[in-house]
Structure formats: structure tokens, C-alpha cells
Ligand binder design. Structure first.
Ligand code: NAD
Length: 346
């Protein structure tokens, strides 16, 4: 097992291996960068097949948080943590408290929060041992409506750039996944007059948007073949791949899912196909922006949070414009912008 020679290693400032014999905790915390502020990023609980898999994931995800926080212009660096184990059997108060004590030892260079298989209740248990956690119950609350707002505004920015107007009325949008964020996105789109085509693996989620927003339900795989204006991936990662890209007819791809491109080259293929892609970590930053306002000394302020989330529209317009001017793909421009902000400050 090696760290420094992993492809994903990007001069991470600190990688910490943590354990606790009594609770069975095995965790890795990666602080990628604290250039703009304390590293912030969620904790993921996952049954990794090998320790190497866990290292690769935490290195990749923590770097992603540095870029995401920078482009969202938050005074946060990037970090992430993974707890290794089966979510069905390993969870206990002792485990999360042991993890909280490890966070405490880092002295505030990293703040954790929820991620896959970690609930706000689990974070509250970490909080019994440390203040270096965010996204707590009773503070900024559920981030999903803010992620939904940012994604809706991101679709508007893409329309503005591609068509020179932001007309949503009559716009055909395919939404893949109808979870916490996508429900809010569908609501915004429906209220603005869009026609929705939706899919999910959960029938109850489909029924809700069909009933409330007059959406048309389509099959899980059918979502890629629709003749629509916008494809909004809001479920899984890697849905933009060799199999799906040739089938997608939408000229705008803008959704909230993380890691939408199966590989970086798929962003280049989209550009070659004249498809405008809103880079995932830029358009889906509404939730982390809202969490930031929990750290305000005067307390959480929703109005300030919403104003900041609205900035996603301008950031995307800037990225789209630069991508055209420099003849590059939008995801490369987003990465360049992140590196510039990290180097020059907010
Ligand atoms: P969620 O778990 O509430 O929703 C995901 C939905 O996708 C579920 O309804 C699930 O049934 C559905 N789904 C799963 N597999 C599917 C498939 N093969 N086809 C169609 N639907 C499928 O999650 P969420 O919080 O709404 O997040 C959605 C995406 O946005 C995730 O990729 C997440 O990482 C990303 N994201 C969320 C936030 C946030 O604030 N919640 C912030 C940034 C990014």
C-alpha cells in the first residue's frame, strides 16, 4: 500500500490513518489543501474491498473538494474522510465518537460532514467529541433545496449562453433520479413552465413528480434517448460515458449528480458534439455554500446563503465564455479557474 506514488496523489498536505480497537474504527482522513481555509468535506462510510481502494477514493474526493470550494468562492480548503466497513453492521455511537476524537486531534485543519452512508445523526455523535464538524441538525439544515436552486440557475446560465435567452417555458428537460435535490429542481422547472421527463428506480419518487408537476415518466434506460433540450443527471456518477453520449440528443447537460463524466475525455467528446456541459462540481455547490453560512459568527443567515448560491449563475457564464474563447472543454476551464483562485486567493 503506497500513498505518494498513487496517480491520485496531488501533493495532499496530510493523509491520516486512524483506528480504534474497541469500536473497530478504521478510517482515512485526507487534507488536500488548506490554502483558502480549513479543509472541508464529508465523511463517507463504504465497504472498500481493499485499503488501496479507500486511499484512492479519499485522495480523489479530497482534491475534488478543494476545487469545488474554491470555485464556489468559499474560504474553505478541501478534505474528505472515509470510514472502512459495512454500513449495515459497523455503525455505533462508539465508532463515531472515536472518529470525532481523531477529528479533534487534527485541531481544525479539517471539518467533516455527512456523505454517503453517513447521516446528520452520525455527525451529531462525532460532535460529542469535537466541534470540527458541519451540517449539524438544527443549524443550516438540509442542503438539498440550495443545491436544487443552484442547479436550476445553472440550467438558466446554460440556456443564456447557448441560446441567448433563459426561457424555461416549454423547455423539455429529462431528469434522471428524483431524490432530495431533483425534487426541488423539478419544482423550480415546473413553476417556470418546463415540460419534465423523469425516471427513478423508486416508483414512489416518480409518482410524486408525476402527480405534483405533471411530469412524464420514462424507463430507466430510456432517459438517454429522449428528444429533449436539457439532460439533467441527478442520480449517479459516470452517466456520461461511451455508451450514453452517442444517444443523448440534448444540447445542454446540467444536473446535480457528482462525478458525471466517466473520464475526463468524455467532457471533450461533449464539446466536440456541440453539447454544453455544466461542470458538476460548479453547478451542484449550492449545498456546501449553504453549509458555509452555518459558520458565520452571527449565526446562520439564509438570505446571505441564497445570494451566494445565486453566484453559481455568473460563475458558469464565466466558465462557458472562457471555454469558447480558449477553445477548451468546460470541465478543463473549471479546473483552471479553481487553480487560479487557490493560487491568488478569493
Ligand atoms: P438522493 O439519494 O436523495 O437521490 C438519488 C435518487 O436517484 C434516488 O431517488 C434514487 O432512487 C435515484 N436513483 C438511483 N439509481 C438510479 C438509476 N439507476 N436511475 C435513476 N434513478 C436512480 O440523493 P440527492 O441528495 O438528491 O443527490 C443526488 C445527486 O446529487 C448525487 O449524485 C449527490 O452526490 C449529488 N449532490 C447532492 C447534493 C445535496 O445537497 N444533496 C449536493 C451536491 C451533489
Amino acid at each position: 500500500m503506497a500513498v505518494f506514488n498513487q496517480v491520485e496523489f496531488d501533493n495532499h498536505e496530510q493523509v491520516v490513518f486512524c483506528s480504534d480497537e474497541q469500536s473497530g474504527l478504521k478510517a482515512i482522513i485526507a487534507v488536500h489543501s488548506t490554502a483558502l481555509g480549513p479543509a472541508v468535506g464529508g465523511c463517507r462510510l463504504w465497504n472498500y474491498a481493499t485499503d488501496d481502494e479507500a486511499i484512492v477514493d479519499v485522495l480523489r474526493l479530497s482534491k475534488g473538494m478543494t476545487y469545488k470550494n474554491a470555485v464556489a468562492r468559499l474560504p474553505f480548503g478541501g478534505g474528505k474522510s472515509v470510514i472502512i466497513g459495512d454500513a449495515k453492521s459497523i455503525k455505533s455511537e462508539e465508532l463515531f465518537r472515536a472518529f470525532g476524537r481523531h477529528l479533534e486531534r487534527l485541531g481544525g485543519s479539517y471539518y467533516s460532514a455527512e456523505d454517503v452512508n453517513i447521516t446528520t445523526g452520525d455527525v451529531m455523535m462525532m460532535h460529542k467529541e469535537t466541534n470540527y464538524v458541519l451540517g449539524l441538525e438544527g443549524k443550516s439544515g438540509n442542503p438539498s433545496p440550495y443545491t436544487a436552486l443552484g442547479t436550476f440557475l445553472g440550467i438558466k446560465a446554460a440556456l443564456q449562453h447557448k441560446r441567448g435567452n433563459q426561457d424555461i417555458k416549454g423547455l423539455k428537460v429529462a431528469v434522471q433520479g428524483l431524490g432530495a435535490v431533483a425534487y426541488g429542481l423539478c419544482k423550480h422547472l415546473h413553476e417556470a413552465g418546463a415540460e419534465l421527463f423523469v425516471t427513478d428506480i423508486n416508483q414512489a419518487s416518480i409518482d410524486r413528480v408525476v402527480t405534483e408537476f405533471g411530469a412524464t415518466a420514462v424507463g430507466i434506460d430510456e432517459i438517454y434517448d429522449l428528444d429533449v433540450d436539457v439532460y439533467a443527471p441527478c442520480a449517479l456518477g459516470a452517466t456520461l460515458n461511451d455508451n450514453t453520449i452517442p444517444r443523448i440528443k440534448a444540447k445542454i447537460i446540467a444536473g446535480c449528480a457528482n462525478n458525471q463524466l466517466a473520464a475526463s475525455r468524455h467532457g471533450d467528446i461533449l464539446r466536440d458534439n456541440n453539447v454544453l456541459y455544466a461542470p458538476d462540481y460548479v453547478i451542484n455547490a449550492g449545498g456546501i455554500i449553504n453549509v458555509y453560512y452555518e459558520t458565520n459568527p452571527e449565526g446562520y443567515n439564509e438570505a446571505k446563503s441564497i445570494k451566494h448560491v445565486e453566484g453559481i449563475y455568473d460563475t458558469l457564464l464565466e466558465i462557458f465564455k472562457r471555454a469558447d474563447e480558449e477553445n477548451k472543454s468546460t470541465h478543463h476551464i473549471a479546473d483552471e479557474l479553481a487553480r487560479e483562485i487557490i493560487a491568488n486567493g478569493l
